[in-house]
Design a protein around this ligand. Structure first.
Ligand SMILES: [Zn+2]
Length: 296
C-alpha cells in the first residue's frame, strides 16, 4: 500500500483532455475499520469515496463540500460520501455487513448496490444555495453511474475507472483509487477515437495499481498517444470527520430544555454515534444539568 493517499492532475499538451487520478488505499482502509465493513461494503464505499474525490476536483473551482449519494434498490442501501476541496473525505454504507458474491466468488457490486435508483450530487460552498443534481442509476457499478451523471446532468463527456482490491481472507484494503479523463472542448473527433481505443484496452484501475504503477504512470498509460503535462500533485488525502464532543453537546442543547429535563429524569445520559465516522459520544448527567442551567 502507498504510504499516503494522493492525487495527480494532468492535461494533454494539445489541450484535448484533462485527467485526475487518486490513490485512496489508506482512507478506504480507515473507512473499512471504522465501520467494520464487509468485503462487499468496502468495495462499494471504496469506489464511492474515489468517485467523490474525483467529482469534488472536477465540478467546481470554489472551495466547498461535495456530497455523493448512491441510492440503489440493492441490499447495501444508501452509500454516501462527503468530500471537501481540502482533500478530506468521510462516508458510510447504510447496511455495512451485507455480502454479495457472484458464482465465481467475486464481490457482485451491481447486485449489492442495485441497478435501479438514483445518484445525487450536492455541492455546497457555504456561501450561496447549494448546487444539486440527480439522475437515475444505469448500472449499480458506481463509476459508470457517475460517468452517466456527468454526461446527463453536467454535459461533461468523461471516462472513470475506479477499483478496490482487498486481501482475500481478511478483507483489508490493499489498493484503492480511480482515474477520471475528460474530453475538453478542444478535443477533435480523431483524438476521442484514439483515447477510447486506448482506454478500452486498459486494465481495471486496481490491477494497474497492483502492477506497481504510480498515478502519473497510469495517467500517461491512459493518454498514451498524447504528450502529457502533470499540473499538480497533492499528498494528504485522508478520511476525516468534523464531528466532536462539543458539536454533539450543541446538538443536544438545541433540542430544548424540557427535552433535556426528560432525559435527566429517565436515562440520565445521552449516547450518540456519528453516522459518518462511527465515533461514539456520551453526554453524562452532570453535563446535561449544566446545559439545563445554562442561560440559552
Ligand atoms: Zn463523525
Amino acid at each position: 500500500m502507498p504510504e499516503s493517499d494522493y492525487l495527480v492532475k494532468a492535461v494533454s499538451k494539445n489541450g484535448a483532455f484533462r485527467s485526475i487520478a487518486v490513490s485512496t488505499s489508506n482512507l478506504t482502509e480507515e473507512a473499512r475499520q471504522r465501520h467494520n465493513l464487509s468485503h462487499t461494503a468496502t468495495v462499494a464505499l471504496g469506489r464511492t469515496l474515489a468517485c467523490g474525490i474525483l467529482l469534488c476536483n472536477t465540478l467546481r473551482k470554489q472551495k466547498g463540500h461535495l456530497t455523493l449519494k448512491i441510492k440503489g434498490n440493492g441490499p447495501l442501501g444508501t452509500i454516501l460520501c462527503d468530500a471537501s476541496s481540502e482533500g478530506t473525505i468521510r462516508g458510510y454504507v447504510e447496511n455495512p455487513q451485507i455480502e454479495c458474491f457472484d458464482n465465481k466468488g467475486l464481490v457482485d457490486i451491481d447486485k449489492a448496490v442495485g441497478k435501479t435508483g438514483y445518484i445525487h450530487v450536492i455541492y455546497d460552498t457555504g456561501k450561496s444555495i447549494p448546487y444539486q443534481g440527480s439522475v437515475e442509476l444505469i448500472s449499480g457499478e458506481i463509476a459508470k453511474d457517475v460517468v452517466n451523471y456527468l454526461a446527463t446532468s453536467e454535459q461533461i463527456p468523461s471516462y472513470i475507472s475506479c477499483g478496490v482490491y482487498l486481501e482475500p481472507t481478511s478483507g483489508k484494503v490493499m489498493q484503492a483509487g480511480g482515474i477520471f479523463i475528460q474530453a475538453l472542448p478542444g478535443a477533435k473527433e480523431d483524438d476521442l477515437k484514439i483515447v477510447e481505443e486506448t482506454i478500452s484496452k486498459l486494465d481495471p484501475f486496481s490491477i494497474l495499481l497492483r502492477s506497481g504503477l504510480n498515478l502519473e504512470q497510469i495517467i500517461k498509460k491512459a493518454l498514451a498517444d498524447f504528450k502529457v503535462d502533470i499540473l499538480t500533485e497533492y499528498e494528504g488525502l485522508c478520511f476525516h470527520c468534523g464531528c466532536s464532543q462539543g458539536r454533539f453537546e450543541s446538538a443536544i442543547a438545541s433540542i430544548g430544555k424540557s427535552e433535556i429535563k426528560k432525559i435527566i429524569e429517565t436515562t440520565g445520559y445521552v449516547e450518540g454515534r456519528c453516522q459518518f465516522c462511527n465515533n461514539v459520544y456520551l453526554v453524562k448527567k452532570e453535563e446535561l444539568e449544566r446545559l439545563l442551567n445554562s442561560p440559552q
